[in-house]
Design a protein around this ligand. Structure first.
Ligand code: SF4
Length: 196
């Protein structure tokens, strides 16, 4: 995929952007950049697929809930790592959350935020990114979390805008531009499908 257009649009919105052909190259880059830090990782399938928790743990102090660490321990780290549920070629970024820790972690309390984005997360515009977050990412996450929701019961193919007590979609966050609560945010674009 040609990242030229999205990279330019993200840079105009205040982000640093780095681009990689493979998840292994992206993971090696992040391991070089993040050293001797405290690191929080949200519930991020992308980071899991990249083996980032394991590799960063060797030379950083890492908190992530795949390890059973309490969510709060990732909230005041130097570095926070997450993915996104949808990103527009025009530069807007979309995330949906049920608990709120992942959204909060991308907004405040850290010195640097990395958002790792596989090419499957990219939509043409903001409407497309929101549609993807609601109808692709959230249902697949509901399946992964084994929730009793209509989207999970039907294989995670679409959102039913359910009223289930186990609904995972409680909040939707759009970055129109880079929020200033975290001094630096870098978008790491990877030309492979990663996460949901
Ligand atoms: S609103 Fe309900 S049906 Fe839609 S994705 Fe979220 S949990 Fe699934």
């Amino acid at each position: 995929m040609d990242f030229t257009g999205i990279k330019t649009n993200l840079e105009k919105k205040g982000y640093a952007v780095s681009c990689f052909a493979t998840k292994e190259e992206a993971a090696a880059y992040l391991n070089g950049q993040i050293d001797g830090k405290t690191v929080g990782i949200g519930g991020c399938a992308t980071a899991k697929e990249m083996g980032l928790g394991e590799s960063l743990q060797g030379h950083n102090q890492v908190s992530w809930h795949w390890n059973g660490d309490p969510r709060e321990s990732a909230m005041a780290t130097d570095v926070y790592i997450s993915s996104v549920n949808g990103i527009a070629k025009t530069g807007e970024i979309v995330n949906i959350d049920g608990t709120g820790n992942r959204l909060a972690g991308t907004l405040f309390g850290h010195k640097k935020l990395y958002l790792i984005v596989g090419c499957n997360k990219i939509a043409d515009d903001l409407d497309g990114a929101i549609w993807r977050a609601r109808n692709v990412a959230a249902p697949k996450n509901a399946v992964r979390l084994n929730r009793k929701t209509p989207c999970a019961a039907t294989g995670g193919k679409k959102c039913f805008d359910c009223k289930s007590p186990e609904r995972i979609c409680k909040a939707l966050l759009v970055f129109w531009e880079r929020p200033i609560g975290i001094p630096e945010t870098e978008i790491v674009l990877v030309d492979e499908e990663l996460g949901y």
